[in-house]
Design a protein around this ligand. Structure first.
Ligand SMILES: Nc1ncnc2c1ncn2[C@@H]1O[C@H](COP(=O)(O)OP(=O)(O)OP(=O)(O)O)[C@@H](O)[C@H]1O
Length: 253
């Protein structure tokens, strides 16, 4: 479904990724973990097309997409959320979710906004159906007209997930979906992520610091440290890996 091979990316002298290779299995949740600065967000940006790797390849559905723009990748069925919520804060929940269907999360957002005017009727009806499904699925009907700024943080993150789902992605990339959440919000989000996987069969790639969540919901985990992939396997396998333990203990020290 989604695979990266031998990805290298550097910023000046900093080697953010040094030969990362793995495959996100179809319909499964793959976690990417690692201490601060390990390269997780850089990896996400390279996969979604915001950064161009110095070397290596990103493939999606058997096709090499390394050179494609984020727009084109989104068009193929890749959606993502961001570490810092990237919603239109002055707009309502519903309008943000609508944007998921219309935009490809890119610099072309204004073009997408203009689309609301001349859009074809059937297209809009079809979109509206998807939007309603997403709203229902994420249990956010009661806040559909609320501006984003009026919502607690946990709900904002849920709306951001909704916007990604409105794109009907084949691959959903979640960058720290529970960062900053309290326990209840985290449990809710975990349930929604599992429901997405179960109901839509979506392939999910997850970067997250909350180790409990990663261990609970991921089938497969990739561990990065200083841009290198130091381990990969099931939660149980990586949890007992000496190099992983060392990396985390080192980071905590
Ligand atoms: N745009 C950038 N310009 C320069 N350096 C960058 C840039 N993005 C990331 N880096 C550097 O690349 C390395 C990897 O950073 P990255 O944000 O990918 O790590 P991370 O694992 O996501 O960290 P965190 O868990 O703190 O979010 C770090 O040393 C970081 O400072």
């Amino acid at each position: 479904m989604l695979s990266v091979s031998d990805l290298h990316l550097s910023f000046g002298g900093i080697k953010a990724l040094q030969g990362v290779s793995f495959e996100a299995a179809p319909g499964e949740i793959t976690g990417v973990i690692g201490p601060n600065g390990a390269g997780k967000t850089s990896l996400f940006n390279a996969i979604s097309g915001f950064y161009t790797p110095d070397r290596g390849r990103v493939a999606f559905d058997g096709r090499d997409i390394t050179g494609l723009s984020p727009d084109r990748r989104a068009g193929l069925g890749m959606a993502r959320t961001f570490q810092n919520i990237a919603l239109f804060r002055g707009m309502t929940v519903l309008d943000n979710i609508k944007l998921g269907g219309h935009t490809r999360l890119s610099a072309n957002v204004w073009q997408a906004l203009a689309y609301f005017g001349p859009a074809r009727r059937e297209e809009l009806a079809f979109r509206a159906e998807i939007e309603e499904r997403v709203i229902d699925f994420l249990e956010i009907d009661h806040i559909r007209k609320a501006p984003i700024t009026a919502l607690p943080y946990g709900l904002q993150k849920r709306v951001e997930l909704g916007r990604a789902l409105a794109m009907q992605p084949k691959v959903l990339m979640l960058d720290e979906p529970v960062a900053g959440m309290n326990r209840e919000e985290t449990a809710d989000m975990a349930r929604f992520i599992l429901d997405v996987q179960e109901e839509f069969g979506t392939t999910i790639l997850l970067v997250e610091h909350d180790m409990g969540l990663v261990m609970d919901i991921c089938a497969h985990i990739v561990v990065l440290n200083f841009g290198q992939q130091i381990a990969a396997g099931t939660p149980a396998e990586v949890a007992r890996d000496d190099e992983v333990i060392e990396a985390y203990l080192g980071a905590a020290a």
